[in-house]
Write a protein that binds this ligand. Structure first.
Ligand code: SAJ
Length: 413
């Protein structure tokens, strides 16, 4: 068993730290956010995820997971910090740089540094160069060169799906892309202690690219479904039924149209591919644009219908970024609620069983209220289904017969 320092205790770092602790490693988790650190010290996860709390409670109770704000000496360092984009849809590596700098001082010979954050091509080499500059006393690996390094550096992109993270952490196949083969081998030793899926070894540039195209693939496929929903609306065809029937073909598997694409991954990562090859990544860019425009399209449809009413009340069912999670990051439905609420003549009711209060930005708008499904059903003129939570799927369809319904997710079909 090894000593592991996990830098970044967010959606990826925390489940990974708790999982490693459950497999007997001595884990120190670091986060710059003191509130997060103190919650974890008390054994509490700072977000909802099935089975995470159980894993965390056990890890903290037996003392195998400690949380603090600065990294400590360890055999393995796992960096799991955000990689958002900045102006011009360019990757923002400032969190990775800061995490890299934070471990420079505690690195020693024989250590392995693993970058799990989704990263643009070249980020692992950049990280290695940064460490090398900070620690001239250690020899760092050179891309695809054999032997001689004191420290190993590898990119092992996370692949877990929010809502199924703990299970997928164990069962998913992993891509392990080292600066050198020795780097991959060293990272593999750690992943083998908790991954039951297969591990595929490659170089770091390929691993970076593989992660980006996984999410681009999904984005492009969702964009296809979203584009169909626009075309079907114009042609007066039920898109859900059309997709269902097309999917009866053995080689067709069209995804579901929705309110747009949210979350911190799929709406971001394809831009890293576009940034790397802007003249070539045409389909990927257009897919992003199609998905980004979907919330506006949904909003326009609602507003057109609202014109029919004197003091229109619109109920939005769902504001998380996808069904059955409490995560509001980059949520297309929040964008829709905000666009609607900008029309001061509208009253917007939000039904969201996964949150207890609305985000401040929405609350401050003054005409948006969190209510239960019953109140929304009673008071709304227009009902917009934006997220397919299980609670909404159980609702009696007949209860909406006297409402104008905008169904962005096909829940009524
Ligand atoms: N969505 C649709 N229609 C669909 C499927 C999804 O509109 O048919 C929407 C969702 O409502 C949501 C968005 O797309 O707004 C993304 O949801 P998702 O469930 O497809 O993916 P994420 O963002 O929760 O997680 C993805 C996963 N990547 C892939 O499936 C290729 C996950 O495995 C990655 O670990 C994660 O991104 C990440 O962190 O990169």
């Amino acid at each position: 068993m090894s000593k592991v320092c996990v830098v970044g205790l967010g959606y990826i770092g925390l489940p990974t730290a708790a999982m490693l602790a459950s497999r007997g490693h001595e884990v120190v988790g670091c986060d710059t956010n003191e509130r997060v650190v103190s919650m974890i010290r008390d054994g509490h996860a700072h977000f909802q995820e099935p089975d995470l709390q159980m894993l965390l409670t056990a890890a903290v109770q037996v003392g195998r997971l400690r949380a603090q704000t600065t990294p400590v000496e360890a055999d393995y360092f796992i960096l799991a910090v955000p990689t958002p984009f900045k102006d011009g849809k360019k990757p923002d590596l400032s969190y990775v740089d800061a995490a890299t700098d934070s471990i420079g001082g505690v690195l020693k010979r024989g250590d392995t540094v693993i970058l799990e954050s989704t990263s643009p091509i070249g980020a692992t080499e950049r990280l290695t160069e940064r460490l090398a500059a900070a620690r001239p006393d250690l020899v760092f690996p050179r891309y695809q060169q054999v032997g001689g390094a004191d420290v190993f550096v590898t990119h092992c992109p996370e692949r877990i799906l929010p809502g199924q993270m703990v299970r997928e952490l164990v069962s998913n196949d992993r891509i392990i892309g080292g600066m050198t083969d020795e780097c991959s081998a060293s990272a593999l030793n750690l992943y083998e202690t908790f991954v039951s899926g297969r591990s595929f070894l490659t170089d770091c540039r390929t691993a970076e690219f593989v992660k980006l195209i996984e999410n681009s693939y999904r984005d492009v496929n969702i964009a296809f479904a979203n584009e169909l929903s626009l075309i079907c609306e114009r042609l007066n065809i039920d898109v859900w039924r059309a997709i269902e029937l097309a999917n009866k073909h053995p080689r067709v598997n069209i995804l579901q149209p929705g309110a747009g694409v949210g979350g911190h991954c799929i709406a971001v990562d394809p831009w890293f591919v576009v940034d790397a090859a802007p003249d070539l990544a045409r389909v990927i860019r257009v897919a992003r644009e199609v998905n980004d425009s979907k919330p506006h399209w949904v909003c326009e449809r609602i507003l057109k219908l609202a014109d029919r009413f004197r003091d229109p009340v619109v109920a939005c069912f769902g504001i998380t970024y996808k069904p059955d999670v409490d995560d509001l990051r980059e949520s297309p439905s929040i964008e829709i609620v905000q666009l609607l609420a900008q029309q001061k003549t509208l009253r917007v009711l939000v039904v969201e069983p996964n949150v207890t209060e609305l985000p401040l930005a929405i609350r401050q708008m003054g005409n948006v209220f969190l209510v239960d499904a019953e109140a929304a059903q009673r008071d709304a003129d227009i009902v917009a289904f934006l997220v397919g939570h299980k609670q909404f799927r159980r609702l009696e369809k007949n209860g909406f017969l006297n409402k104008v319904v905008v169904d962005a997710i096909g829940i009524m079909s």
